[in-house]
Design a binder for this molecule. Structure first.
Ligand SMILES: C[S@@+](CC[C@H](N)C(=O)[O-])C[C@H]1O[C@@H](n2cnc3c(N)ncnc32)[C@H](O)[C@@H]1O
Length: 270
């Protein structure tokens, strides 16, 4: 069991380096999430792991701990409605502006979100008479291991079915020995980059559409405010912002207004 002092130190470590707030009495969660890592690194207790983190002896240890404590749960076309809004409203509207369209999938996990966006772009492009805009997608995450999976574009039998219709699987993937590989046509549009949302995004430039979904749920109100304001600075007025279905942005920043559409709601940069 983790004593109160170690738990407090570990909680501080997590909230400072990745924003995750553990809350009170989650010692059991910490022990169970870290147990494999303790074995692998031959630490007898969480206290020993904390000592190693303090010494920063192994540079991979910190990211392995963060990986163990964060959830990478995702699926294709998650919640569906953002992709409907993208396809039917945002792409036609933004393409009419006759400028390149930049989309950011912040906290992209193993790639299902940015690749779903890219599939929607392909479907939309196939439905218009001529291509009017260059569309690029930047996909970022804190975790090197999910980024490696995303870059590989390879999905096993379990992950391929979650949210993907057989038609889209057939159209956008090639069957290979050990699963399904995303087609180059879809992959080409997406660039993956490591980025911690706790740090600055000024160097990324401006985006027309941002997805930042299902990552800030366990962050403190103060951190959410800072991240929402940081994202707002990377967008011009009229840009669009998607958060997770249960996440409220307007309690933290007044940079966005809610736009209700027949497909669902999206935030628009004021
Ligand atoms: C639950 S997944 C959400 C994936 C996708 N956005 C979706 O909605 O399906 C959360 C992702 O956030 C990433 N993450 C957690 N803390 C982060 C941080 N501080 N900066 C960037 N990414 C972070 C995790 O590595 C994980 O891949």
């Amino acid at each position: 069991m983790i004593d109160a002092q170690d738990y407090a130190e570990f909680s501080r470590f997590l909230s400072e380096c990745c924003g995750l707030v553990l809350g009170e009495n989650r010692q059991y969660l910490v022990s169970s999430r870290l147990s494999r890592l303790l074995n692998e690194f031959s630490f007898a207790k969480v206290e020993d792991l904390l000592k190693a983190l303090r010494r920063a002896a192994d540079p991979t240890l910190k990211s392995r701990v963060i990986d163990a404590m964060t959830t990478n749960e995702t699926s294709w076309f998650r919640d569906n409605y953002p992709f409907e809004i993208l396809r039917h409203l945002l792409l036609p509207e933004l393409a009419a502006r006759q400028k390149p369209i930049r989309i950011w999938s912040a906290a992209c996990s193993s790639g299902q979100e940015p690749y779903s966006i890219s599939m929607i772009v392909s479907e939309w492009e196939a439905s218009v008479p001529s291509r009017t805009a260059t569309i690029s997608i930047l996909a970022t995450d804190l975790s090197e291991s999910v980024l490696a999976d995303a870059r590989s574009g390879l999905y096993d039998g379990l992950s391929i079915v979650r949210g993907l219709t057989p038609e889209r699987r057939q159209r956008f993937f090639d069957a290979v020995d050990n699963g399904h590989r995303i087609k180059p046509e879809i992959q080409r549009r997406v660039r993956f980059q490591k980025l911690n949302l706790m740090e600055s995004y000024a160097a990324l430039g401006k985006f027309d559409i941002v997805f930042c979904r299902n990552v800030l749920i366990y962050f403190s109100a103060e951190t959410k405010r800072r991240i929402f304001d940081g994202i707002a600075r990377q967008m011009d007025a009229g840009g669009y912002f998607f958060v997770g279905a249960s996440e409220a942005v307007n309690s933290y920043t007044d940079a966005f207004e809610m736009l209700r559409t027949p497909h669902g709601a999206v935030l628009r940069r004021r």
